[in-house]
Design a protein around this ligand. Sequence first.
Ligand code: SAM
Length: 476
Amino acid sequence: MEQIKYDPASRRAEEFINHQEIEEALAYGWENRRNRRLVEGILEKAKLRKGLSHREALVLLDCELEDCNRQLEALAQQLKKDFYGNRIVMFAPLYLSNYCVNGCVYCPYHQKNKHIARKKLTQEEVRREVIALQDMGHKRLALEAGEDPVNNPIEYILECIGTIYGIQHKNGAIRRVNVNIAATTVENYRKLKDAGIGTYILFQETYHKESYVKLHPTGPKHDYVYHTEAMDRAMEGGIDDVGLGVLFGLERYRYEFAGLLMHAEHLEAAFGVGPHTISVPRIKRADDIDPSVFDNGIDDDIFAKLIACIRIAVPYTGMIISTRENQACRERVLKLGISQISGGSCTSVGGYAKPEPEDECSEQFDVSDKRTLDQVVNWLMRLGYIPSFCTACYREGRTGDRFMSLCKTGQIVNCCHPNALMTLKEYLMDYGSEDTRRLGEALIEKELAHITNEKVLRLAKGHLEGIEGGKRDFRF
Ligand code: SAM
């Protein structure tokens, strides 16, 4: 059999996600799981805040030395604070259509499922969904759709994006639309970019080619290479904020961890900019899907360690957790590296405006955290976080490497921090419950003290007064 060489800068899927390199790296991690000198050296390197290679990160993931694992956790918490402060960015998914021609065996949208209610939002229904989301206080959405060239062609997605950005209801506005749709062509990525999307998100599901092919037996998604090279095409199409992810439970978590980091290394090597975000979904029960049939499920302890190791390996990359996870799990991993969470989510098509009747389920998966957005915002503040509805970066052109340089120069505190406080203030004024408002006002007062630049502080105070007086949408 021909040997495929590992090359992070290559544009060929099987060279930048190289099976042999992953297997060798896994063996290296495992062999060194009790190698104190090596583990301590890697932890020292991680403290330089420039990240780790996939091999180094695997040694930490496998490490069985208790004191080193405690250090690892403390370091992840520290890096989280250094790069993201105590801000947590809020978003909600919006399901446009669950028509799908793929056969993904873990997803209830798979084509053979004749039981699930198939729905596709009309533009009027998109409007109703968006108004419901705006009325909760959301400013940032992640669009979700099945893959179906007839029912959900790119023109449909583009039309929905146009509709969403065009809706201004009371003080509401969706200011950033991220998109999670199937792998597509450079031309279509360019159209998405021109439509003003934020991040293009695509989960690899699994980096293991053989498993991938079995888990996606039919439909366009069956093509591992096309799927794995999607982010390269997105970058070619001008999208420089891309979001990676795997669906934990499908394959060995160590394999997926290595694949994720190699994918990040590839984007860095080939395009000079790493992924904007990494998502960490775990398989959930859904219509005709029973998660227990997938035998690579991971428990909460491994899940937490994975998140801590990702935080350390790619400190500049945002990390997203959805309502697939319950409150207790979300609380635990927020500290370790998560920077964005969803709240008040609904995974059915049209479910924000009108809850579905029992006999008409179109949900993609069961939501574990069923709290309202206001409850999530309130909870975050009680834990000491600033819920942020900020969307400034991409609207100010700070995407890709420009965003990364903001992180690297430590200017986040004079930019993201006041933006978080101003957008929280908007939320409190327009949507917050009485208790949330009271908590939030006190938090803003306290947090203003952390803005180090005098001019920014003066401006931020002025803008907060402006918001009090009815003005909206200030940003640095
Ligand atoms: N159809 C697009 C695609 O193929 O990438 C859009 C993504 S789909 C609406 C969003 C993601 O949900 C999938 O990429 C998958 O990882 C995840 N998902 C599918 N079934 C799931 C399940 N049973 N539990 C949890 N997440 C699931």
